[in-house]
Write a protein that binds this ligand. Sequence first.
Ligand code: 4AD
Ligand code: MG
Length: 467
Amino acid sequence: MEKIQRTVIVDALKRTDYGAKVNIKGWVRTRRGNKNVSFIALNDGSSINNIQIVADIAKFGEEYLKPITTGACISVNGILVESMGQGQSVEVQAEEIEIYGTADNTYPLQKKGHTLEFLREVAHLRPRTNTFGAVFRIRHHMAMAIHTFFHERGYFYFHTPLITASDCEGAGQMFQVTTKNLYNLKTNEDGKIDYSDDFFGKQASLTVSGQLEGELAAMALGKIYTFGPTFRAENSNTPRHLAEFWMIEPEVAFFEIEDNMQLAQDFIQYCIRWALDNCKDDIDFLAKMYDHDLIERLNFVLANDFKRLTYTEGIEILKAAVANGHKFEFPVDWGTDLQSEHERYLVEEHFKRPVILTDYPKEIKSFYMKQNEDGKTVRAMDVLFPKIGEIIGGSQREEDYEKLRTRAAEMGVPDKDIWWYLDTRRFGTAPHSGFGLGFERLLLFVTGMQNIRDVIPFPRTPNNCEF
Ligand code: 4AD
Ligand code: MG
């Protein structure tokens, strides 16, 4: 076959130099036609749109075209021609076709529609569907938006470790990292596991958050962000939780909670605008297939400030709702954590826009949050979104050495694990704030998908570690 420089389909579809010789490579979505001509819809992942390849039977012969079935991979040399068909501007009149790989009728993605549940079982192939092509292109764009947002504002991308010996959130949801023989563990006199001969010489785990190390960096570089995988062994089988998810954590010296809230709003709005500007075809497709209000919801978030109120005010609103006959599954009580149904009531029914709740009771938040004068609450902030619930969690940090140390001890985080973190408060401490955005929660919002397993290529959840 003649060697011609490959054109990716997203570019080919924009060309108007009809008559040009092109090479297109991709995977067959469908092949149909009659006894004279075959129409092959080809997709190479560069766009949701296929290009149509027209192959004359007389030229290639029926037998040669037969293995070009759904899922096969081919390379086509041909002439770019103006298309007569509806909804496409160009097509390719094939002159030579090379078959790279066939796909027989056991290929799971035959032409018919598939449920998202079924597609999770073939996660190794689902990126080849329109839906997951769209989702993963949007995922890429959101990563680019995030790096661009921070870079343009003078933040430094800082790499925090994935293996750690401290529990940032103090919630005991860590996966252990060990090279020990789990069937033959050495224990000490009290029957506790002796880690001294383990790989790191002590107990080690996968991180639940890069925040503590991020704070160290903010106390040196001023404005930083992290963007990496985090791990939580929480046994929650919900459409919003993963055992392995990606988190973005900005941390900023001299920021108070108000600055932090503004950053959170600007940041999310920037990402959504990027999606609307750069992922239009994919978002249009997802809106049409899954969520007719998607674009309206994205524009709405761009156009409206997030409503800011305290946890205590939020509880009052929820109690008033209960008094007016609204039924929640879980009770509403000052001091308990809000359930997703409570968060969504505030966002979707009461304020009808994103909400930032602040000043939570200290008992339900982590040890590092700045304590308020009232002795009861801390300067926490959660950003709550329609359909998602919590999308961001963050706070102003406790910068006072004694208060921080006391609170950590009270919450069962020993000095020996975080002495290095406490040191930032001994040497040149400063007010500072930060937050964590769950990348997949953002993607749920931007794509309109309902289940977090459908916005990450290979989801890790309880009892699921396939692929
Ligand atoms: O609220 P979280 O636990 O906050 C922290 O980890 C802080 N260290 C962040 C910081 O202040 N730097 O988690 C932050 C966000 C949540 O709001 C949520 O969007 C997401 O991470 N998240 C999860 N996403 C998917 N699956 C899970 N199991 C998640 N747990 C939290
Ligand atoms: Mg949280």
